[in-house]
Design a protein around this ligand. Structure first.
Ligand SMILES: *[C@@H]1O[C@H](CO)[C@@H](O)[C@H](O)[C@H]1NC(C)=O
Length: 147
């Protein structure tokens, strides 16, 4: 019972300590930042963005992927990479955010070799113009304050 008292968040939510939270407003674009170090052209790696936390390999519910320095798949025109892919900026822009866009996104840089991939889980919270929250994960947060 004691670990539960010390770490109540871990049993209530999928948040991990390092998970970034980004807030978006319905109808406006939002950017989910993700980048990695590119010193030379050969460091440019294929990458993918997916819905849900990064799985063991690739991206679940893939919404976009790159090949070299080009975007070669995107599930919807609302998803784009506006940064300089050649310099390692693979931040995702979602145009005209909707309530159902809320949730966790995975940015995965596919580095050659076992277990070398760079993985970033980013939580998107979506609010309406009037500040109403449309994110189920966040609505659990106040429970953690019982500690
Ligand atoms: C993108 O980054 C590459 C590598 O750093 C650089 O050579 C190129 O000029 C940049 N392109 C733009 C449009 O900034």
């Amino acid at each position: 019972i004691w670990p539960t008292l010390i770490f109540p968040c871990s049993s209530l939510t999928v948040h991990t300590a390092s998970q970034a939270v980004v807030r978006g407003v319905i109808g406006k674009p939002v950017q989910l930042s993700c980048s990695y170090r590119v010193a030379q052209d050969k460091d440019i790696s294929d990458m993918c963005w997916g819905r849900g936390p990064c799985p063991k390999s690739k991206c679940t519910n893939k919404i976009l992927h790159t090949t070299g320095n080009r975007v070669t798949f995107r599930k919807s025109q609302r998803y784009s990479l506006r940064g300089n892919i050649s310099s390692g900026d693979v931040s995702l822009t979602i145009g005209r955010v909707k309530a159902e866009d809320a949730g966790t996104y995975c940015c995965r840089i596919e580095i050659a070799g076992w277990f070398n991939d760079i993985k970033r889980n980013i939580q998107l919270e979506v609010r309406g113009e009037f500040g109403d929250l449309h994110d189920t994960a966040s609505s659990q947060k106040p429970l953690a304050r019982y500690v």
